[in-house]
Ligand binder design. Structure first.
Ligand code: H79
Length: 398
């Protein structure tokens, strides 16, 4: 069976950005640092010797893997990807290749990836990890840190072969089946990218590798951060996205997208053939911010009732640019019309239908709607008011 099958059906995953940057949470030396929270070391040019000290304070005693996984599950998410090592180089897992890790350098001493991988396995959520293979601001041979190291003296292939690959081996050996390895920022040469890919697959051949391994060697295409393409896209692809404007926790970022917007984004992405990897940035105490939890729960409630029109669905058979009222997904003999803007005059015209319709009904009530089809054009009589306040799904059956 195709190793992409589960991923294609899943559609919705949880991204988790968690690391030392959750402690400053966007503030350094009493100054608010602009931009995304996990980049604070770079943006504020914090010397390694200073940033390292955060580890001594990192003690997220309220972290509970089962709680996080149950938040993902209740949201209707089918896979989870957590930062094992972000650009700051701090390892959120136990590793023998550096002491700069959560087990050896913090009072916490626990391995959250171990606990999360086990909780995921128990709940039937696919577990994956993010690993920054290109940027590492702590390793002398990793890329990106020009304020502590001389970039001209870096030996990147040595870092990749003698540090990144051994760590990947640990991650691919000690945490059970790995659904996804999420690389970020393209590996600089085709040779190194190929070596990296083959190394991962030599340990777990079923693991899916993100497009940002670079050089067109990923198993699917990764879109830009928060980028939803304007049209239907062929092949497997994913949009990684934030709920507010940061990945790593920032104490003062309150720019939360509404639940309606998040459901719209999910449907939009699925209608174009992609997956939605939606991020949460837990605090230094180990808590997923409440505004995120509330929105995920509301998404889950919608998905609980309307999931049939999302999971395992194919891209829209109708030209999306003509659907002023919403989006469209499809599965087997059914077309799902996702109506976000309710036609006030109680009638919907749908053009370009690929087949003759035998039945039409709202997914929530299953009560037949009357319709008339002439050729590829359908006129559908709608209830006077939407049934779901965000997205009422109408099923058209062949
Ligand atoms: O992990 C998340 C981001 O940290 C990572 N990808 C997602 C999934 C990412 N890596 N690089 N980028 C995002 C591009 C970063 C651009 C910026 Fe900046 C960082 C904009 C603001 C801070 C550096 C400083 C570049 C411009 C200013």
């Amino acid at each position: 069976m195709d190793k992409m099958q589960w991923w294609r059906e899943a559609k919705f995953g949880m991204f988790i950005h968690w690391g030392l940057y959750a402690i400053p949470a966007g503030v350094w030396d009493d100054k608010t640092i602009p931009g995304i929270g996990e980049w604070i070391m770079f943006t504020a040019r914090i010397p390694i010797k200073e940033y390292e000290k955060l580890a001594e304070q990192f003690n997220p005693v309220r972290f509970n893997a089962e709680e996080w996984v149950s938040i993902a599950k209740q949201a209707g998410m089918r896979y989870l990807v957590i930062t094992a090592k972000h650009h700051d180089g701090f390892c959120m897992f136990d590793t023998k290749y550096t002491d700069y890790n959560i087990v050896k350098a913090t009072p916490f001493k626990r391995d959250p990836l171990k606990e999360l991988s086990q909780a995921c396995q128990k709940e039937g959520i696919r577990f994956g990890f993010y690993y920054s293979q290109m940027l590492d601001w702590h390793h002398p041979d990793g890329m990106g840190n020009f304020w502590d190291f001389d970039p001209a003296k870096k030996n990147f292939s040595k870092y990749l072969r003698e540090y990144v690959m051994p760590q990947l081996e640990e991650l691919l050996t000690n945490y059970g089946p790995i659904g996804v390895v999420w690389f970020d920022i393209d590996t600089p040469t085709p040779e190194l990218a190929r070596e990296l890919r083959e190394f991962v697959l030599s340990i777990q051949p079923e693991t899916i590798i993100s497009g940002r391994i670079g050089q067109n060697l990923g198993d699917y295409q990764e879109r830009g951060d928060n980028e939803i393409p304007p049209t239907v896209i062929p092949g497997d692809w994913e949009t990684p996205a934030t709920i507010n404007d940061t990945w790593g926790y920032k104490s003062y970022d309150h720019n939360w997208k509404s639940t309606g917007q998040l459901i719209y984004n999910l449907v939009d992405i699925v209608s174009k053939g992609g997956n939605y990897l939606l991020n949460v940035g837990p605090t230094a105490e180990g808590i997923i911010p409440e505004p995120s939890v509330v929105r995920l729960k509301e998404m889950g409630e919608w998905l609980w009732l309307n999931g049939e029109s999302i999971y395992g669905c194919e891209r829209s058979p109708l030209p999306l640019e003509k659907l002023w009222w919403g989006k469209c997904t499809m599965k087997e003999n059914k077309i799902y019309l996702h109506i976000f803007a309710w036609p006030w005059y109680g009638k919907l015209e749908v053009a370009d239908l690929p087949f003759a319709i035998k039945k039409a009904y709202p997914l929530l009530t299953k009560e037949s709607l009357s319709f008339k089809q002439e050729g590829n054009n359908l006129t559908l009589i709608l209830p006077t008011k939407p049934i779901d306040p965000i997205d009422t799904v109408i099923v058209l059956e062949k």
